[in-house]
Ligand binder design. Structure first.
Ligand code: ZN
Ligand code: FE
Length: 239
């Protein structure tokens, strides 16, 4: 399996998970159809599935057009079946989703939205975290509670450290400034910021990150309790 990062809209990322033996792919959170179809048409890859982490427009915007064009099937959270356009396959918390050679565990991580899920490809040790866990940050709480978001983020602490994280937006640099402000003596964070800046100056995505990096550098994972998490989340909203 190979992951291809596709830039969409202003600062969104969609991801193609490509099975290079079979020449088939899934796309995670297609914000828009064109960048995806350009890529797969050029490479002659067959798009089989769309995987949606949540229902926000910048994550499902390409659903209908891609479905119409490639006759692919759309996978989304059961509880969001009425707001994920074109949904075909409904999945639930802790469920295994398997198709072709794709194998992913579904984990419900509410907070940003009530129906937010992530896709954990455990054989490859890669995880698609949508707008819940960002590199050096976390999503805004729109539909859930602080407690839900805190619990959802804590779920990521149990993954193998080398797990690669692919999230929904290129927010890493801005997030890093916030982390540095509240964790100013963190040398690992300072080193990561150097890497981030060098990637961005070469026009490269700062992703994937890893669970290890996030545990060491992301203040929203380092924070010890709900009270302090809530304070930090509020501060970030006005940062
Ligand atoms: Zn969102
Ligand atoms: Fe988003």
């Amino acid at each position: 399996m190979k992951v291809e990062i596709i830039s969409c809209l202003q600062d969104n990322y969609s991801y193609l998970i490509i099975d290079e033996n079979e020449n088939v792919a899934c796309v995670v959170d297609p914000s828009e159809a064109h960048p995806i179809s350009n890529f797969i048409d050029k490479k002659k890859i067959k798009l089989k599935y769309i995987l949606n982490t949540h229902h926000h427009y910048d994550h499902i915007g390409g659903n209908q057009e891609l479905k119409k064009r490639y006759n692919c099937e759309i996978v989304g959270f059961k509880g969001d079946k009425h707001r994920i356009p074109g949904i075909d396959i409904m999945v639930d918390d802790n469920q295994l989703w398997e198709a072709n050679n794709f194998k992913s565990k579904i984990i419900h991580i509410p907070g940003h939205t009530s129906g937010h899920i992530c896709f954990y490809f455990f054989n490859e040790k890669i995880i698609f975290t949508g707008d819940t866990l960002f590199s050096l940050g976390c999503g805004r709480i729109f539909e859930g509670t602080y407690n839900q978001m805190f619990n959802s983020l804590n779920k990521f602490k149990k993954f193998p450290e080398e797990t690669k994280i692919y999230c929904g937006h290129e927010y890493t640099l801005k997030n890093s400034e916030f982390c540095l402000k509240y964790d100013p003596n963190n040398l690992k964070l300072k080193n990561k910021i150097k890497e981030i800046k060098s990637k961005l100056s070469n026009n490269l995505p700062t992703l994937p990150s890893t669970i290890k990096d996030e545990l060491e550098c992301n203040v929203f994972l380092k924070v010890k309790d709900l009270e302090n998490f809530s304070k930090l989340r509020d501060l970030k909203d006005n940062f």
